[in-house]
Design a protein around this ligand. Structure first.
Ligand code: PCA
Length: 217
């Protein structure tokens, strides 16, 4: 059985929810087309989130890793194409650290591309009537940090299992949008999009998500 690991970040920047962690209980321990979904929340702290994620990848022997994060201002589910070797935090992280203009990995390559089939994932979400797109920047905050550092760790694990890894940024939830002025997407639509995206990884030719609910794995 394939093992899927999905993580979502805790709230940050003074907010009390994050759509990324709100989605997790809705997919945790489900079987999706014969694959088991494991979920965990991560702290909005670069090094700590990466260390936890690597531990979970090992624990679940994950074949597919999708990290979820909130991106205020975006109106679609966006699959990130590229992670860059730069921390330049616009705000302090949840440990109060503000990392400015420094590499994530000294002497690491400038960037890594995601190893998930993001075009097929976007198409699957659009077929499911969920606004979705590829994004070419994951920013320079904690989301880009964990994305870059995890791809770096996975490619450095010589002779290891093949682990596909990617990142999806999510719009705000309607209740987070300041007087409805910022773009948002409801949790039900985000969930439908997430399942459609995963189906494209598991079964590139499938059209719609088939979810087996109530089955523990
Ligand atoms: N979004 C932030 C960090 C945590 C999150 O959910 C980001 O885009 O970097």
């Amino acid at each position: 059985m394939k093992s899927i690991l999905i993580t979502g970040f805790e709230p940050f920047n003074g907010q009390n929810i994050n759509p990324a962690s709100e989605l997790l209980p809705l997919v945790a321990n489900l079987q999706l087309n014969g694959a088991c979904i494991h979920c965990h929340t991560l702290p909005v702290v670069g090094a700590a989130s990466h260390a936890k994620l690597m531990g979970y990848i090992e624990q679940y022997q994950a074949d597919i890793v999708l990290v979820l994060g909130q991106a205020a201002g975006r109106d679609k589910l966006t699959l990130e194409r590229v992670a860059i070797n730069l921390d330049d935090y616009p705000i302090a992280d949840n440990a109060g650290e503000l990392l400015l203009e420094q590499p994530i990995v000294a002497d690491g390559p400038a960037a890594y591309f995601t190893t998930l089939p993001i075009k097929a994932m976007v198409q699957s979400m659009l077929k499911a009537q969920i606004p979705a797109a590829i994004s070419n920047t994951a920013g320079t905050f904690v989301c880009n940090h964990i994305f870059y550092r995890t791809l770096h760790s996975l490619q450095a694990a010589e002779g290891g299992r093949e682990v596909k890894m990617g990142f999806m940024h999510l719009p705000l939830l309607p209740e987070q949008s300041l007087q409805g002025k910022q773009p948002s997407m409801g949790l039900t639509a985000q969930l439908k999009g997430l399942k459609a995206a995963l189906m494209a990884v598991l079964e590139p030719n499938e059209q719609l998500p088939k979810i087996v609910t109530g089955v523990e794995c």
